[in-house]
Design a protein around this ligand. Structure first.
Ligand SMILES: Cc1cc2nc3c(=O)[nH]c(=O)nc-3n(C[C@H](O)[C@H](O)[C@H](O)COP(=O)(O)OP(=O)(O)OC[C@H]3O[C@@H](n4cnc5c(N)ncnc54)[C@H](O)[C@@H]3O)c2cc1C
Length: 404
């Protein structure tokens, strides 16, 4: 008899894991997949282009009902798992209990909602799923509608740019000194801010939200310095937290995320975790590249194939059409680092390469990101760049030709 595999969470990590599992060990398990969202699996990172009107939802669906049916996977969309009973090896959902031999937790993250007055008013949304996008689109359809986006990280910027494109009047508020401070240095962030302001988005850094004002519906955002921004829509893009509730309640070892070893196994040997909800080696991830690695390792572990998760350095790209931003590795660098800077303000191009000894430690690119992948390879490989150093900032083609 086949073993029963239950998966909690129908998102990007579990979707990729199922692809691997169906390829590596198609007949090993009877698989049941639970997803809290009411539809099949989609490419969540493409919600930004959907919001901007550059893609449709249908175009970003990765695994629909037919995909699961073709692989004999029972899918339970719109059915959240509320409890794991490890003693009896069952999970609980609204339709009762489902037994498992192996369980995978792939519940992703929950958006962080600022704990301010008014956070529950209608018209206040996060930017995490299709429902959020639909709420934003409804707000954007009203004439002269005003949006305030809280959070100047990747998601906030993508939301602000998309809503502006949809015709809203947009204010972007960010708590820190400059935009995308986790990925960009101040000069690159300044260029980015100029670009957004050039599109008509009002950007305010060092903006601390004190309260959201309104009667039932959002009407305005109040900052701690007394400034008030009228709003028909507020998008909270102030960070994410691993969604670990069912794991914690089940007594699994959870810190920031559900703790997993190199094989993606949790503190219970029959339960695995993948994706943003998992914590490996004291790190949780919020980007798909490492999560896809986790997904491959989890599938192999389930299939009895030896595999170990070894996270690589990865890069960040912003998905705002016409804005080219790239960041990877240690982009600030310490006192032991040398920085190569290239800047052409009239072209709106800025490049910073951070060298530690003769190796590339990090890179920030604005305006011209064509060589981002090459820099990422150099950061990952940690091979000497001494031969190309003098022309490194001019890109692969020129640097390699001069070095030859
Ligand atoms: C707008 C947007 C843009 C992004 N852009 C990028 C980008 O450009 N590059 C990048 O690398 N990353 C990007 N990300 C991040 C990326 O989407 C996530 O890292 C990735 O989706 C995480 O995959 P996951 O499977 O861990 O979680 P998710 O994809 O969130 O899937 C988790 C699923 O589990 C479900 N779930 C939760 N709890 C339960 C439960 N108890 N029972 C049943 N189901 C449950 C959730 O509803 C969800 O459907 C973006 C994210 C967003 C929102």
């Amino acid at each position: 008899m086949k073993q029963r595999l239950v998966i909690v969470g129908s998102g990007m990590a579990s979707g990729r894991m199922l692809e691997h599992l169906c390829a590596d060990a198609p007949d090993l398990f009877d698989i049941t997949l639970f997803g809290a969202e009411p539809h099949g699996n989609y490419n969540r990172i493409m919600l930004s282009p959907v919001l901007a009107g550059e893609e449709t939802f249908g175009e970003i669906v990765t695994h629909d009902a037919a995909w699961y049916a073709a692989r004999n996977i029972s899918f339970r969309f719109g059915e959240a798992v509320t409890k794991i009973d490890r003693e009896r090896k069952v999970i609980v959902s609204r339709n009762g209990e489902t037994a498992y031999d192996k369980l995978v937790i792939a519940t992703g993250s929950a958006p962080f909602i600022l704990p301010v007055a008014g956070k529950d008013l209608r018209g206040v949304v996060a930017f995490r799923d299709l429902d959020d996008v639909e709420t934003m689109l409804t707000a954007a359809a009203k004439p002269d509608a005003k949006a305030v986006v809280i959070g100047g990280g990747l998601l906030g910027l993508e939301a602000a740019a998309a809503l502006k494109k949809r015709g809203m009047d947009v204010v972007l508020l960010h708590l820190m000194d400059h935009l995308m401070e986790l990925q960009l240095d101040p000069p690159a962030a300044r260029l980015l801010q100029n670009e957004l302001e050039g599109r008509g988005i009002r950007v305010r850094c060092r903006a601390e939200t004190k309260a959201l004002l309104g009667h039932k519906r959002i009407e305005a955002v109040l900052l701690d310095d007394g400034t008030i921004y009228p709003a028909d829509l507020v998008v909270m893009a102030a960070g994410i937290r691993p969604e670990t509730r069912i794991a914690t309640d089940a007594g699994l070892h959870v810190e920031r995320g559900v703790l997993v070893d190199d094989r993606m196994q949790t503190s219970d040997s029959d339960i695995f975790a993948v994706g943003e909800c998992a914590e490996h080696d004291s790190r949780c991830y919020g980007f798909v590249e490492p999560l896809y690695e986790m997904a491959a390792v989890a599938a192999q572990s389930l299939a009895g194939i030896e595999a170990r998760f070894r996270p690589l350095k990865f890069a960040t790209n912003l998905k705002v059409t016409g804005v080219h931003v790239f960041s990877a590795g240690d982009f600030m660098g310490g006192t032991d680092c040398e920085r190569i800077l290239y800047s052409d303000p009239s072209l709106g191009v800025y490049k910073k390469l951070v060298l530690r000894g003769d190796k590339l430690a990090g890179a920030v690119l604005f305006g011209d990101t064509a060589d981002g992948q090459w820099y990422l390879e150099l950061i990952r490989a940690q091979t000497s760049v001494a031969a190309t150093r003098n022309n490194l900032a001019f890109g692969r083609a020129l640097a390699m030709r001069k070095a030859a």
